[in-house]
Write a protein that binds this ligand. Structure first.
Ligand code: HSE
Length: 309
């Protein structure tokens, strides 16, 4: 029997933000899924409906299912849940499709239970979903989905999530070429060892990016959006990546890079008008490829998962 239910917006997210592989991410405002979650006295987690995507209904194969199971195991009160998922974010798009489902589900269940868990604990439950989706429990999508804004995973062991400042004029442009790149495949092209020289460049950029957000220094944010480790390896999986990056910068973007594990590409701009100009420029370039694609312009959602009516 159902006791209480809630409808939530589960936002898309952009992970890595060029320099911060597996540690940086941010939450989008206008792109995301909807979910309806209810608590039940039957102590099982059941996925009752999925619309908009061909995803498994079996709880142990569904990212939202395993994330909620992890939460309810810890809660240990013989309560269950039902989950309806209305997918708008395509799987394998690189804007945190699996994270939206895991984060949205655990956030809603926690809310219905009277918020017994902190956001950081919710991140660790939602990471179970990421582990199922990609074989790796990365937190750089679920953290911004749950905390909102920009987040830094300062440490995985122990988990330490830091919510960063969101400069008020920052706007995201995202192009999603309609090809699927599985996170697990995209992770397999990455090398396990890197040179000290590249590490120095990369951690300098992570520090610069975080400092830029904290001080609202847009130029510093732009200079720091550089990835000397992952982007050179992954960009070959994305058609016309270099052309998109060049046009985005030409149109005034602060920086541009691969969104999460791709194939989506993000650009950060100062101001809505610049972000729209960037979108127009990318649209022009991408139309020539003959590939289907979507482009979104989105402000940063500083709240994360939220209740909708
Ligand atoms: N940090 C992860 C990766 C994000 O780049 O593989 C996946 O969206």
């Amino acid at each position: 029997m159902t006791t209480k239910s809630l409808k939530v917006f589960a936002p898309a997210t952009v992970a890595n933000l060029s320099c911060g592989f597996d540690v940086l991410g941010c939450c989008l405002d206008t792109v995301g899924d909807e979910m309806v979650i209810a608590l039940t006295q039957d102590p099982n987690v059941t996925i009752t409906k999925i619309e908009g995507a061909d995803l498994p209904l079996e709880t142990h194969k569904n990212v939202a299912g395993v994330a909620v199971e992890a939460l309810l195991r810890q809660y240990d009160q013989n309560i269950g849940a039902t989950i309806e998922i209305y997918k708008k974010i395509k799987a394998g798009s690189g804007i945190g499709s699996s994270a939206a489902s895991s984060a949205g589900a655990v956030w809603a269940v926690n809310y219905l239970l009277g918020r017994p868990f902190t956001k950081q604990q919710l991140v660790s439950f939602a990471m179970e979903g990421e582990k199922l989706a990609s074989g790796n429990a990365h937190a750089d999508n679920v953290a911004p989905a749950l905390f909102g804004g920009f987040t830094l995973v300062r440490s995985y062991h122990p988990l330490d999530i830091i919510k960063l400042n969101t400069p008020k004029d920052i706007v995201m442009t995202i192009i999603h070429p309609q090809i699927e790149v599985k996170t697990s495949d995209s992770r397999s092209v990455i090398k396990n060892k890197i040179s000290l020289q590249k590490a120095i460049q990369q951690w300098g950029n992570v520090g610069g990016f975080v400092a830029g957000l904290c001080t609202n220094d847009y130029q510093l944010i732009g200079r720091s959006l550089e990835d000397v480790i992952i982007e050179p390896l992954r960009s070959i999986l994305i058609p016309e990546f270099e052309k998109v990056k060049n046009i985005a910068l030409e149109k005034g973007a602060l920086g541009c890079g691969i969104s999460g594990s791709g194939p989506s590409i993000f650009a950060l701009s100062k101001g809505l008008q610049v972000a729209k100009n960037v979108a127009e420029g990318i649209d022009h370039v991408y139309k020539k490829t003959g590939l289907e694609f979507d482009i979104h312009v989105s402000k940063i959602n500083t709240e994360g998962v939220k209740i909708i009516l």
